[in-house]
Design a protein around this ligand. Structure first.
Ligand code: AHR
Length: 495
């Protein structure tokens, strides 16, 4: 038996609800036949969006949704998505997924979706192929008070007199790659130009600068250097890290289970090293991280569309484990992160939902977001636990190891939430929880996500093959964390 210490006096910070954010891009099957079915669809919908997804997102308190890309943003003209004349265009992804953009879902529709879910919108602005004035126009259209400007009147004529009050604006996307292939100094010059025009519009806003791809520390160093004497500051700094793949998305081996988790665990080092550079420049008050794309990226073809939907993949217990350990990392570093968005919501990379026509199911990853939802807005505290090394052969054939436990804890409104992931696929772990500096009542609620088969996943035929179970537990005795299993415990604090 091992002990898990909950160190209540060691406060990390508040877990911003936005760390549990989402991402919906116009790519493959994410928007059309994903969230959007159309107002006249036989599929139950609210303003044209799948009711099933809206209801389930409410259950996880989805706080924020990023849109319209991703790389899609690089060629997006927001004027194509308003009013009654919606042009059809080749979009950034057309040569990949063969689809032409019909613009049925534009600004008003996406805001309807966010409102139905109860989430805030986060818009990614195209700075690759438009002008600062064009994006300023979009911000004016979205946020100017009723009857104040011509754009506000146009918004009213299109059915929405009141402002949309979009607070989060990404100034570009992946500008080191698809977003213009810029170097950090060139992007900094663009950021300064755009932010000078956007920041002085009335209303509060959060302008998020394009940060690095994964472990590209050079981007962070050089971009921040070029921003050091800027009159305009950023309000957030993005980071993208995909932990890639290891073997087949569904039929992976034991070693590939561990290899995938090892790749996901790199998130901690990557975000910490970028944060140290930010601190080195003294920018931690305005460049808190926005990890607006993260997740597994497996080869195409394992999802229900069998490759029709670009980047669609199945999500097994392994993807759920990646989500659990990643969210634990975010909780444990909540002092450095202001938002994170798993990529992407439906029919794509690391999805929470898979859908086609009448069918729509949740994946094991959805259940992780459900089990972790009470961390949102909680005060994160440090934990201490003895880990053992789970050994495996890595992709180069060398012996490697990862810690077998991932844990985080927070408390809110007199209740502690503790989430525990057992990364070992061979050993269950017996744990006794010990609270330091506070006491918790022994009677607690526990949710469990596990399956004898690491490859277990949900399908249209078996939509609930993997789903969480709940039970009452007594914390005065050790709890068992099943192998390859995830627990969420809710225990009241003694006053
Ligand atoms: O999520 C898929 C793509 O991955 C996004 O469009 C892009 O930003 C990233 O490269």
């Amino acid at each position: 038996m091992r002990k898990l210490y909950l160190m209540f006096p060691e406060k990390i910070g508040t877990i911003a609800p936005e760390l549990y954010g989402h991402f919906t891009e116009h790519i493959g099957g994410v928007i059309y036949d994903g969230i959007w079915v159309g107002k006249d669809s036989p599929v139950e919908n609210i303003h044209g969006f799948r009711k099933f997804i809206i209801d389930k997102m409410k259950e996880i308190n989805a706080p924020v949704i990023r849109w319209p890309g991703g790389c899609y943003a690089e060629t997006y003209d927001w004027r194509d998505g308003i009013g009654s004349n919606r042009p059809k265009r080749p979009n950034w992804w057309t040569s990949w997924d063969g689809r032409y953009e019909i613009n049925e879902v534009g600004t008003h529709e996406f805001i309807d979706f966010c409102d139905a879910v109860g989430a805030k919108p986060y818009f990614a602005a195209n700075i690759t192929s438009t002008t600062p004035l064009h994006i300023r126009g979009w911000m004016d259209y979205c946020n100017s008070p009723k009857d104040s400007t011509s754009y506000a009147e146009e918004r009213a004529a299109n059915g929405h007199p009141d402002p949309f009050s979009v607070y989060y604006w990404g100034i570009g996307n992946e500008n080191w790659g698809g977003g213009g292939n810029m170097d950090p100094a060139v992007y900094a010059a663009e950021y300064r130009r755009y932010s000078a025009l956007l920041d002085n519009l009335p209303g509060s806003k959060c302008l998020i600068a394009c940060g690095p791809n994964a472990d590209d520390y050079r981007w962070t160093e050089r971009f921040l250097q070029a921003m050091a004497d800027s009159e305009k500051r950023m309000h957030g700094f993005s980071l993208h890290y995909y932990c890639g793949s290891a073997g087949d998305p569904v039929a992976f081996s034991r070693d590939e289970w561990y290899q995938q988790l090892a790749q996901a665990l790199r998130m901690e080092e990557i975000l910490t090293r970028h944060w140290n550079i930010i601190k080195g420049w003294g920018m931690e008050d305005h460049a808190r991280l926005v990890i607006d794309e993260w997740g597994c990226w497996h080869p195409d073809g394992s999802g229900p569309s069998k490759g029709q939907n670009l980047f669609e993949q199945q999500s097994t217990m392994r993807d759920a484990m990646v989500a659990a350990l990643t969210l634990n990392i975010f909780n444990n570093h909540c002092d450095k992160i202001q938002m994170a968005n798993v990529a992407q919501l439906v029919n794509n990379l690391h999805a929470l939902f898979l859908s086609a026509g009448e069918n729509c199911i949740t994946t094991p990853t959805y259940h992780i977001f459900h089990m972790f939802r009470e961390h949102q807005g909680g005060e994160a505290i440090r934990t201490a636990v003895e880990t053992q090394t789970a050994e495996f052969r890595n992709k180069d054939g060398n012996s490697a190891g990862i810690p077998d436990l991932s844990v985080s804890a927070s408390h809110k409104d007199g209740v502690a939430t503790i989430t525990i992931a057992n990364l070992s696929e061979e050993n269950e772990i017996s744990l006794l929880l010990e609270a330091v500096g506070e006491s918790v009542w022994p009677e607690a609620d526990m949710s469990i996500l596990c399956d004898q088969d690491l490859h277990a996943h949900n399908t249209f035929e078996q939509p609930n093959r993997v789903s969480e179970k709940t039970q009452k537990i007594d914390l005065s005795h050790p709890i068992t964390v099943p192998k390859a299993g995830v627990l969420s415990i809710r225990a009241k604090l003694k006053q």
